[in-house]
Design a binder for this molecule. Sequence first.
Ligand code: NAP
Length: 282
Amino acid sequence: MDKILDGSALAKKIRTNLKVQTEEYINKYQIVPHLAVILVGTDPASETYVRFKEKACHQVGMKSTLINLPEDISEEKLIEEIEKLNNDKSIHGILLQLPIPKHLDSEKIINLINPEKDVDGFANENVAKLCKNQDALVPCTPLGIIRLLEEYNIKTQGEHCVILGRSQIVGKPMAQLMLQKNSTVTICHSKTKNLKEIAKQADILIAAIGKAHMVDETFIKDGAVVIDVGVSRINGKIYGDVDFDKVIDKVSYITPMPGGTGPMTIACLLENTLKCYLNLVE
Ligand code: NAP
């Protein structure tokens, strides 16, 4: 049996469907879904991510506009830019590429984005809705992981899901989504005692810590499903949190790196952009 949860293949399928849907909606409403991407500064990794996101939008027939702002922009100026986009009826989604420079209060800025245009699902209103099982814009990486688990009919009900990492972007929303899927959820973080022993109890292990190849075969229960979210760049090479070669014999399913959670994140960004568009134009 093939053990690979092929994020590239599923992302391609989602994008193909989205392209058809986008064309239909453009014909129906005569309005093109439009994502605004704000990039503050010139961080090379952020620039690369932004390029991928823009390209993905164009491939499915959506419009994307990059707003590239200087590293030393004042908070007031950035807020002005966001308000402009909030008020612009032709913009349906707003994405603030993180991280932003340290002199800017990212929590404050994120919460100034109109929650209806919050394609990343990071604003308080969307976080609260997710926690209350209400219809929300859900952060793209955890949403992509749910789509992958569903595509491969991975059993979640009653399963023990251990999540490594408790960030607002991945770990916490992931936990909410797995609770909605009726898993029993444990979240681990840098202060967790006996992390390896806990990880070894997981039926589904989701690693989102950003520590290259930290998870080896000693963290894995036989037959576990392993999802690798981590991305670490070392000497120009990219590593996941999971040492794929060491764990492959023990797992029932695993996401590859690359080609696992990364492409799914972008596909779900497009899904969220269309969701924002429909909420605003319908
Ligand atoms: P983050 O905000 O830095 O959070 C990392 C989490 O990991 C924190 O909760 C931290 O614990 C925990 N942690 C760090 N070292 C640990 C250790 N040795 N043992 C246990 N827990 C540890 O990162 P993030 O934004 O969630 O991203 C996590 C990783 O996923 C990064 O590598 C990022 O690049 C990657 N990522 C990938 C995608 C994708 O599409 N594949 C999308 C987003 C992010 P504390 O809370 O105690 O500090």
